[in-house]
Design a protein around this ligand. Sequence first.
Ligand code: OOB
Length: 555
Amino acid sequence: MTVVEQASLTKFDERDCPKWPQARADYYRQVGYWQGITLGEVLKKQAQQLPHHEALIIGQDRWTYQVFDQKVDQLVRGFHQLGIQDRDVVVVQLPNINEFFAVCFALFRLGAIPVMALPAHRRIEIRYFCQFTQAKAYIIADKYFGFDYCQLAREIKAEVALLKHVIVIGDSQEFTALSDLYLEPEKNDILAVLTRPNPSHTALLQVSGGTTGMPKFIPRTHDDYLYSVKVSTEVCALSSHSIYLCSLPVAHNFSLSSPGTLGVFYVGGKVVLTKDTSPETAFSLIEQEQVTIAALVPPTTLLWLDAAKNTAYDLSSLQVLQVGGAKFSAEAAKQVKPVLGCQLQQVFGMAEGLVNYTLLTDSEDICIHTQGKPMSPADEIRVVDEEDNPVLPGEVGQLQTRGPYTICGYYKAPQHNAKAFTADGFYCTGDEVKLTESGYLMVVGRIKDQINRGGEKIAAEEVENQLLAHPAVHDVALVAMPDEILGEASCAFVICHPDQPIKAMVLKRFLRERGLAGYKIPDRIEFVNTFPKTAVGKVNKKALRNCLIKTAINY
Ligand code: OOB
């Protein structure tokens, strides 16, 4: 037996998640920001109050709140029987299907912690998630857009000895079928003796877009996440009549909590899911289900704007279109109302916490030109220069923030936390912003070494490390390049070892075969002999980016 096999799982420990200082936590409770309720209880309440209201729809699969809640309870029994308990971590990688929510709420009720993986993640990411968090289980759908997740699970299972269960929706092959875990109550029903999770404990782990070698995990508590969800529902005027179209990946913080699907459940509204992001599918669902609100990233919004100009579908039920995740150009923003006939709401948020919205009552000018303002009066923000000193009003600087739903540190990352958070607990967002006189933020750039590919975040260092693993690669720098649709795409500048020329295609294939998520594979690769350097001898990425803008080579 190897050492790894002998090792046993250690449970998730809240001490690995930096917490709000006592005085702030007391204050947030005292004024009622943190309500001391759990995510699982929110659903239970709706099932009692609105049992026959539809909660979740995908295709023919329509769940009322009662059905939804029953399925969650059944899964609680099934997961429990499998040995999934309070403080166990479970990597959840599911597409937009109703079961995602049954799974997550069952885990919430058990006090187990889902890691919100995206369908696009591949071997490198999933292996890391499982290893780092010591996950007990990995939950997948058998196939999605032609990708075989059972095969991925097989590879992960072979490499991660501590991973006990793979649970599959669909054809489960040698693994556990989720459908076998919907259990009816027996004599000694576990639900009667289940310990209530502590609302101040971690409910879920979001995955950060990251700036360093590997993604970081963002521990969100029931208290802080529900506060963020609640305020979002107020700002976005959600009610039990709201019908929310979710075409963004369900696990992403935007579509989950801003106000997202959890916001809809919070008020007893209806979620319409779609796996397909095409305007055609979205428009037909808007007409058919009388959708009132949808959330998109800028590239999809551009597709919608194009398609809406000659669509036969009736989009008149749509009242609000939220756009966020990446900078939305003012030119496109101007078109939303005339073309789609609904109100634009810009959303500038981050999985670490802070969410900024333009308000539904704001002037057109604010909705088009700004990325909104912090949604809570308890959000503290400051705009600082390189020495962390506040800039003059209206000047550009880095945005720092703290508040009742912004984390105080990543999970098990003390060294990184020392850099990403200030001594007085502000999160350094890495975003360059300008604060307007009326308190709205305009995102003007970024100091973090990240590429925002149409809302999908790529940590430059992570991809650089993967490329450096190729024997022909001597050095590499990944930078953002302008892209008409995505806003930004990625370009890798590569210096090869002398006498080891290599083709771009070969490098891309190398990354894919290593198991890197598709959106992280560089859109373009340029071979160079040297890198421009800064005065202190670092690679001058700004110069590299500028040379891309100037040369505008087709890729
Ligand atoms: C959302 O969350 P993440 O964690 O994927 O990414 C956060 C980062 C921000 O720090 C910023 O760099 C960028 O994404 N970003 C925007 C933006 N919204 C996010 N940059 C410019 N304009 C915007 N409107 O992306 C997220 C989380 C919750 C709600 C909405 C988006």
